[in-house]
Design a protein around this ligand. Structure first.
Ligand SMILES: [Zn+2]
Length: 373
């Protein structure tokens, strides 16, 4: 068994986010413009997979909707009821910058449930690892409010559920979305059974979270690592972060499963981030996690789609990740990858930021686990 699972549902593309210039409905003050978070980025990834015959090289996993009980492992029942009521009417805003139209409640349940379905397929041995191309995204959503285009915290909800399964006692979440994974962090801030690691652009969004000093609290202190990277970081900075922090942390923690909050908005062509990753950098990071998963947890690796707003470039990053996951070749050649410069190599200010994060985050994890880095 060496197959890679793939979660997709057409309804994910029917989640409506409206106009980028205001919450639903369109105000009339400015020429309408499609919201940054729209179906096109993800749909173009699926279309590219289909066009190159890559989709059938993966094992399709049908998503089941998450139950309200599963959602409430992370969110308050009041918040869930509020989203359900708004969705049954005209839609609305789940909190801060999280607009949605009618019917998005059921779609959001299917997104969180799709991640759980993928996790179960891995644990039941149907697939070795999986990619969940779900929408809406999840990693900013907090217990009682949606934030940053996210309604339900897909990765956190799935992690809570998978921890109930036999043999899964500790999970590591690696979040390389260009924005801080505040929602996932908050779901496990006092929980030593889930190691959360977020690589993100320093002080991008949310504005005052994701600091290196935020290492967790109570029993969870030491089990949250933030790596805020300077704007302009490229493949060199991300590789250095993996070598200096991510892989050593996984080696210390020894997870039973690795989940990835996969934001493709750290790409060099993303309109909402200021990083410089190319598709082959995402491929390399995935390969390192495939190897870490092999070393620690029989290859159990679940990659969950989060942000990524360059409709032209997201597809190339996404398919590169899936190639590394599956070992299958799509035949796609990234037409943008030739645009690499020395600025994508590790710079001194980036190296200093990574070492600062390592000295706090990695050392604290090691101390908590009573080992030496
Ligand atoms: Zn993002």
């Amino acid at each position: 068994m060496n197959s890679t699972g793939f979660v997709w549902h057409e309804k994910y593309m029917w989640h409506e986010t409206g106009n980028a210039l205001g919450v639903l409905p369109v105000s009339g003050d400015f020429q309408p413009w499609v919201h940054f978070e729209n179906a096109e980025t993800k749909r173009r990834l699926k279309n590219l997979m289909d066009a190159y015959g890559f989709t059938q090289k993966l094992k399709s996993i049908d998503p089941s909707p998450a139950t309200v009980e599963q959602i409430c492992s992370v969110h308050t029942s009041e918040y869930v009821a509020q989203i359900k009521a708004l969705s049954a009417d005209k839609g609305g805003n789940a909190g801060e910058s999280a607009p949605f139209g009618p019917g998005s409640y059921e779609i959001a349940l299917l997104a969180a449930g799709g991640v759980i379905s993928a996790g179960d397929a891995i644990l039941e041995g149907e697939v070795k690892n999986a990619y969940a191309l779900v929408r809406p995204c999840g990693h900013h959503a907090e217990a009682d409010r949606g934030r940053g285009f996210c309604i339900f915290s897909n990765v956190a909800i799935a992690a809570k559920e998978l921890l109930k399964r036999d043999d899964i006692n500790r999970i590591a979440v690696v979040d390389w979305d260009v924005h801080h994974g505040n929602g996932t962090e908050s779901a496990f801030y006092d929980d030593p059974t889930v190691l959360t690691i977020s690589l993100h652009e320093d002080s991008l969004y949310p504005y005052n979270t994701g600091m290196i000093q935020d290492t967790g609290e109570g029993e969870g202190d030491g089990f949250n690592i933030n790596v805020p990277l300077p704007p302009g970081s490229g493949g060199g900075a991300y590789r250095s972060t993996f070598e200096s922090i991510v892989i050593p942390a996984l080696d210390l923690f020894k997870p039973d499963m690795i989940l990835v909050a996969n934001g493709l908005d750290a790409s060099t062509w993303d309109p909402l981030g200021h990083m410089m990753l190319l598709s082959h950098h995402y491929r390399s990071m995935t390969q390192l996690l495939v190897e870490a998963a092999e070393a620690h947890c029989d290859g159990r690796l679940l990659i969950v789609h989060e942000g990524g707003y360059s409709a032209g470039y997201v597809p190339f990053c996404g398919i590169a990740i899936m190639e590394a996951l599956s070992g299958e070749d799509s035949g796609v050649v990234d037409p943008f990858a030739k645009h690499e410069s020395i600025w994508q190599d590790l710079q001194d200010n980036q190296s200093a930021a990574i070492q600062a994060a390592a000295q706090i985050g990695l050392f604290k994890l090691a101390n908590q686990l009573d080992k030496k880095v």
